[in-house]
Design a protein around this ligand. Sequence first.
Ligand SMILES: [Zn+2]
Ligand SMILES: [Zn+2]
Length: 337
Amino acid sequence: MQMRFDPVRKRWIVFASERSNRTDYFMINKEQHDDPKDCPFCPGNEIYTGGSLYEDVSIIDGKKGWNLRVIPNKYPILRVEEKGILRQYGPYAYMDRLGAHEVIIETREHILRMSDYDNDKFNRLINAITHRIDDLSKDTRLKYITYIKNSSKLAGATMTHPHSQIVAFPFLPNDERHIFNNMFEHYKNNNRCLLCDIIDFEIREGKRIIFKNDAFVAFSPYASKHSFEITVSPINHRSEFNKMTNYEKNSLIEVLKNIFFKLDFALDKPAFNINLVTSPYNLNHPDTDHFRFKDSFIHWYVEILPRVNRIGGIEKGTGVYVNPFLPEKCTEIFNNV
Ligand SMILES: [Zn+2]
Ligand SMILES: [Zn+2]
């Protein structure tokens, strides 16, 4: 076995396959569903969530109704009403909680896995994400806006009803700052995009490709931090999720339908997180001057992170992840579905 270096996050991952035989190493997702009667996200219970920031509406059973809604988070971690004034306190700094935290209610159905979403559902979801990122990016105080999903309680969801989040930060989060700086360094040294180089190599090698069409590819990253992790990315160089053409959007939907089906079939409906890594906005600090070239060096992608591994003290204490499954093995398991 070996350690592998991830050039996007610049970190080592330890692969230890002997652990894949330990039955207590894998977490099984034993989902307990909330009662739809008490669910504020179910149709008919809108009174509990208040007005929408965005709605996808059509005629349902003869009358106008929503298919998807975006609402303010009832317990927001960040709020647009704040001022974002930075203050100093001795060696520390602090500010109010400027930002945005919204909830996307993805379906009318109370219980639905992403593997059961049809083209329309994925289309509505992508449109909602694009709309909210577009809208929030006009606020020049917000620098990084992303889509996050916790699917199942084991992955951090508090409710059963299919939902996800749009989060807008007044700063570039540390992980993304590292990723973008690493992408910039590669671009500066090679005059090429790091992700374009990775994707070209992965397509040529073929060992870790889970699904591919003309515009998108899904693969198991060479130095995956989690077992069965999947990266989905446009094959051609694209820096912003929001600038997808209709053709690209349909290609992405084809890839997503394929991989969520494989994920649920291979791992028996695991809990998972989704994280979108896309270009930041409104950066005007001297430290971020190189972001003038962001369209050239940032290449957007989506990470799908199944929550099957137990995270222990090594991961928490040192940030070094131990993964019992090589991505080639994960790809093989996915592709046998
Ligand atoms: Zn519900
Ligand atoms: Zn690229």
